[in-house]
Design a protein around this ligand. Sequence first.
Ligand SMILES: [Zn+2]
Length: 251
Amino acid sequence: MNQSDSKGVDILAVCAHPDDAELNCAGLLLMAKAKGARAAVLDLTRGEAASRGTPEIRQNEAAVATRLLGLSARDNLGLADGQLAVQTETIQRIVAKIRHYRPRMVITSHWDDHHPDHQSTSMLVRQACYLSGIGNFPLDSADDKAAPHRPEQVLFYLDRLGHTPHLVQDVSTVFDKKLAAVKCYASQLYDIDTQEVTTPLAAADFLEQWQSRHRYYGSLIGVRYGEAYVLRSPVPINNPLDLLWGRDGIV
Ligand SMILES: [Zn+2]
């Protein structure tokens, strides 16, 4: 699926595999969309190395989830699953997409993640976001003529490894929809009738674990469900009162 939109987006999630965005940052995308923002997802691979499902099945699953989330665009670089590495050609291809979609915010994996593809994606996206703003950074294809563009903010979502979040997005009101988007990827999840191999994602209690993480992160800010993010640079405070959001203090 290479559904693209030339009008640009406010937020672009760049993820290694179809379902990464749904599992990790779909709540923030839904909350932003409710505020009128345009959000898109760029998957770097088609997930063809996964132990379960096929690229065709995963493509169809991603299409259904994309419609459910109301994304403005969903794109796929078609890179080799399980072989993502920080190399210039891949950075050039991501830069071309950043200059095409021109997001103000980019979301990607944390660099210290259990999956090597997620680690590589984090480093690739960090470097691409910076290099995209350099006017004469050479691109792989002469057809990529979009002007330089550097996103204002890069957020790194937390997956299974424990890191202290810098930001927690309250996703309580959209959690049911996020869960429904994850369940679109049925080939990756628990199925009592399947003969396919079991993976951590396909374990019978995976969704319970996943939901519990959201409950934990939500508890850190006093809400039911949260998504956790870290930043590499501090958030500037312009108005100190912006730090007050009307809840009892959590210390
Ligand atoms: Zn993944």
